[in-house]
Design a protein around this ligand. Structure first.
Ligand code: APR
Ligand code: PHB
Length: 391
């Protein structure tokens, strides 16, 4: 097989990149190790920054998002039984976010790719990226029981944290920056209308809790739990009881309960691989960086990376200049590190580490009260949450 851009991975990064390249008249092939059903049901976050919403609309894949997505103009912070709403448009000159699940973004992109895009091969596992430093990199992959090779001009590793693309970068050219957090998230989906019309982030002495949603009828909620927690070790009523404790407010707000339809535990890590390029191999999305989900940045960073690559390749096709391709890693990393900083700040602001000291508890509350009383501090959070501009 032969194509201009070989894309490994059909998550948001790989699928959106294929769409952007298709719209620019550049051919690609997407190799995805899992089957379609797995990719479309994999539960992930659901917050789209304004920039991501704009990109999806411009790429012609925003229709259902605009019909079914929920525009949110703020979030609520809770701490010490107090409530504080952060008003995004008032603090950012009009930005908001869209609540629209990553699963739905992927379904929309897959449908379009199948309908009018290039080859999207499911159950096609990339085994290795070879010749990244040559003019003709290639992806060795297994599909329908036999090994094959995809010859490319460029390879973009959109294969997530556990993928193969990153391994094709020699260790002597790689620098890894990582932080593991001493806690995880227990996430549930529940068939119950959300108990608040916006997201609620709660800091509590017993740990963090988050109220989010998938629609007006489906709630998505998270509890900070010790790392290594088994989702099955929490009974449904225990989960609801613990959520109720952590969301408690002085004004008697109440949490509606319902049938829990899924439970999963997610570890928390920050991770950046530099550079995001080696020869004609480029990394995008989780293949290059991971953020703790507190700031809901993962998908939005993946969008920024693939927009940057697509623009750089179009620039090359139109002008013959490799300038923007050569600047790809540096351009992406500027935005990646701002999102890493924001996600780290949100995570350390709201979670209580197992070894937290009374001093650290007071500093956390002081940080939260600073946000609740300082427009400057509140603006920093609102700008980080609604997203950093695409260069
Ligand atoms: N060959 C082919 N496909 C692979 C391989 C491989 N060797 N290894 C992994 N994949 C596929 C995975 O099955 C997955 O569908 O690559 C895809 C990577 O998708 P994501 O992990 O979703 O990463 P990305 O597209 O960068 O999106 C980042 O997804 O995981 C969330 O929280 C993350 O919201 C963020 C977003
Ligand atoms: C989600 O809806 O899954 C979600 C929302 C906000 C976050 C993380 C996850 O910060």
């Amino acid at each position: 097989m032969r194509t201009t851009v070989g894309i490994i991975g059909a998550g948001p990064a790989g699928l959106l990149l294929a769409r952007l390249l298709h719209n620019a008249g550049i051919d690609s092939v997407v190799l995805e190790s899992r089957d379609r059903a797995y990719v479309e049901r994999r539960q992930r976050a659901g917050i789209l920054e304004q920039g991501t919403v704009d990109v999806l609309r411009a790429a012609g894949v925003g229709g259902r998002m605009d019909r079914e997505g929920l525009r949110h103009d703020g979030i609520e912070l809770r701490f010490a039984r107090e409530r504080h709403r952060v008003d995004f448009p008032a603090l950012t000159g009009g930005s908001s976010v869209m609540v629209y699940a990553q699963t739905e973004v992927c379904k929309d992109l897959i449908a379009l790719q199948i309908e009018e895009g290039g080859p999207l091969l499911f159950e096609a596992e990339a085994l290795a990226v070879e010749g990244a430093e040559s003019e003709r990199p290639r992806v060795r992959f297994r599909h329908e029981g036999r090994e094959d090779v995809l010859e490319c001009d460029y390879v973009v590793g959109c294969d997530g944290f556990w993928g193969v693309a990153r391994r094709a970068i020699p260790a002597e050219h790689s620098r890894v920056f990582e932080r593991m957090y001493p806690f995880s998230w227990l996430g549930i989906l529940a068939d119950v209308p959300p108990s608040h019309d916006e997201l609620v982030y709660a800091r509590h002495d017993r740990g963090f809790a988050l109220l989010s949603m998938r629609s007006s009828a489906v709630s998505r909620l998270y509890l900070q739990v010790p790392e290594g927690t088994d989702a099955g070790s929490w009974a449904d009523e225990e989960i609801w009881d613990e959520l109720e404790r952590r969301f408690e407010t002085a004004d008697g707000w109440s949490l509606k309960r319902g049938g829990i339809t899924s439970k999963s535990v997610t570890p928390m890590r920050s991770h950046v691989h530099e550079p995001m390029r080696h020869g004609r191999l480029f990394l995008a999305g989780d293949a290059a960086h991971i953020v703790p989900p507190t700031g809901a940045k993962g998908l939005n960073l993946a969008v920024g990376d693939v927009v940057t690559f697509a623009r750089a390749l179009v620039h090359l096709e139109e002008t013959g200049s490799v300038e923007r391709l050569d600047a790809y890693s540096e351009t992406c990393l500027r935005r990646v590190w701002q999102a890493e900083r924001f996600s780290y700040d949100m995570t350390t602001l709201l979670h209580r580490a197992p070894d937290a000291t009374p001093f650290e508890d007071r500093v956390q509350l002081a940080r939260l009260r600073r946000i609740a009383t300082s427009r400057a501090a509140e603006t920093d959070l609102a700008e980080g949450y609604t997203g950093f501009p695409l260069d």
